[in-house]
Design a binder for this molecule. Structure first.
Ligand SMILES: Cc1cc2nc3c(=O)[nH]c(=O)nc-3n(C[C@H](O)[C@H](O)[C@H](O)COP(=O)(O)OP(=O)(O)OC[C@H]3O[C@@H](n4cnc5c(N)ncnc54)[C@H](O)[C@@H]3O)c2cc1C
Length: 441
């Protein structure tokens, strides 16, 4: 770092946000030899929305580029100690590779489309019939209850109208035990290559000079001079874009969406931590995975019957709501009838940074030197390693004069060798009709 005086410092790149994506980008830029500063208004890495992530690693995306990025991203988790490449006094994360099943409702449903993509791309998976489901998940009811409903819908408790047909199971899927720890691991990896992290450091304005970005100003008056600034502010991405004056120049916008995840004890006498898998059920509109203490973590598949609550990221209700608790836990009860509804609500409330089509934006902007890794839409935790690589290659190419808006940069996956067309994630794309328009991406 080239300190100029107490209130001013100079770096090659400033990354706004030390969540899982900001941390991964810091690692890659620092390993390219750049002097990187990561600033975060929170007091530690991963204390933003990443801390409450379900951290599920899965490949069930609705587009081929979505599957490719997630499959490339998987390899960072399986190779984590080597990728991090340094010690962390807090230890390294654990990747629980318990597998994931996606229930198949009929041959035209989303899971069947995912199955076709997996076949085309060669993602390993198993077809499960109902007998396989019974053997692997004995607590699961096979009825069809959809489309997902509110518990006050008079048809919520109707008898099933047929049965699901089976599931596709990916053994390589799973979840990360401690998403905040993964950010600390990334911080230590980036620091090992010379990056700095400043916490309690809130960006309040973004500087321009000579027609490009020239740095950021912090709430305490410090000014950081840098020719590259990357917006990785998670649910605050739109606030930062407005600060930078680029918000209106992008076709795809981002907004903060409030979400709840609930934890309930696993069915009695079933060791869900040891034998449970991740499960996705579009019929009841939920997904679930094992959670510490032999709990079942229940998340929402964003069914149409639930009102989406877009909020001010600095002013929203952080308490679990009775309404959503009942909706999600009762939906889970339709699929797992022995679950029950505990009296005490448990879980987390946090924000997704949702883009107009629930696909992320990994791009440059109309302001030279100002880049975006935003719109992660509740589904980009798993991709962090691959996104770090992709963003660093994009930044290097554009800063070397590549016209990414005309000829999008293509990045070759470090582990898979698969090509990732960064133009797919453009800020100026049309809304992608192939997206699930939900957390499934
Ligand atoms: C409840 C929930 C469940 C999820 N489940 C999954 C899942 O199972 N699998 C999956 O792949 N993804 C999941 N996601 C999505 C995933 O967690 C996010 O995509 C990912 O964590 C985003 O990381 P980030 O680094 O972009 O954002 P964040 O972790 O939110 O980091 C942004 C950082 O920017 C900082 N910041 C904001 N404004 C400023 C400012 N002005 N100055 C300085 N710093 C600022 C914040 O303090 C914050 O730390 C889930 C998300 C949520 C909320």
């Amino acid at each position: 770092m080239g300190d100029q005086d107490d209130l001013s410092a100079e770096f090659d790149a400033v990354i706004i946000g030390a969540g899982v994506l900001g941390g991964a980008i810091a690692v890659e830029l620092a390993r390219k030899g750049m002097r990187v500063l990561n600033v975060d208004k929170a007091s530690a890495a991963g204390a933003g929305s990443t801390i409450n992530s379900c951290a599920i690693v899965r490949f069930s995306y609705s587009t081929a580029p979505g599957v490719v990025l997630a499959w490339e991203g998987l390899h960072y988790w399986t190779d984590w100690p080597a990728y991090i490449g340094t010690d962390d006094e807090l230890g390294l994360i654990e990747f629980h590779q318990c597998g994931q099943f996606n229930l198949i409702l009929n041959e035209d449903d989303r899971s069947s489309k995912v199955r076709t993509l997996w076949q085309e791309l060669g993602i390993p998976f198993e077809d499960w019939g109902l007998d396989d489901l019974t053997e692997r998940t004995p607590f699961l009811d096979h009825g069809r209850y959809g489309p997902p409903k509110r518990p006050d819908d008079p048809h919520f408790w109707d008898d099933p109208n047929g049965t699901i047909t089976g599931a596709i199971f990916t053994p390589d899927a799973g979840y990360i035990s401690d998403p905040q720890l993964s950010c600390h691991n990334l911080q230590r990896a980036a620091e090992a290559s010379g990056a700095e992290f400043w916490f309690n450091a809130e960006v309040t304005s973004i500087d321009r000079a000579d027609g490009r970005v020239s740095g950021v100003v912090l709430a305490d008056g410090r000014r950081v001079v840098a020719p590259i600034v990357v917006n990785v502010a998670g649910p605050h991405s739109a606030v930062i874009n407005q600060m930078a004056g680029v918000y209106d120049s992008m076709k795809i916008k981002t907004r903060a969406l409030r979400h709840e995840v609930h934890h309930v004890p696993a069915p009695q006498d079933y060791d869900f931590m040891a034998n449970g898998t991740v499960g996705a059920d579009d019929d009841t509109g939920i997904y679930f995975r094992p959670e510490t203490g032999n709990n079942v973590l229940i998340g929402s598949g964003d069914p149409d019957c639930d009102t989406r609550k877009f909020v001010d990221p600095d002013n929203y209700d952080m308490n679990l709501s009775q309404d959503l608790w009942e909706a999600q836990v009762l939906r889970a009860n339709r699929r797992i009838p022995t679950l029950g509804v505990p009296h005490e609500k448990k879980g987390v409330v946090d924000l997704y940074d949702v883009s107009d089509d629930w696909l992320p934006i990994y791009d440059r902007t109309d302001l030279d030197g100002f880049y975006l890794a935003i719109g992660s839409s509740g589904n980009q935790y798993k991709n962090a390693g691959a996104v770090g690589h992709l963003m660093a290659e994009l930044i290097e190419a554009v800063e070397s004069g590549h016209d990414h808006d005309t000829t999008p940069v293509v990045v070759t996956g470090r582990y898979t060798g698969w090509e990732m067309d960064v133009g797919f994630y453009s800020r100026n794309r049309e809304v992608n009709p192939d997206s699930s328009m939900s957390v499934h991406g």
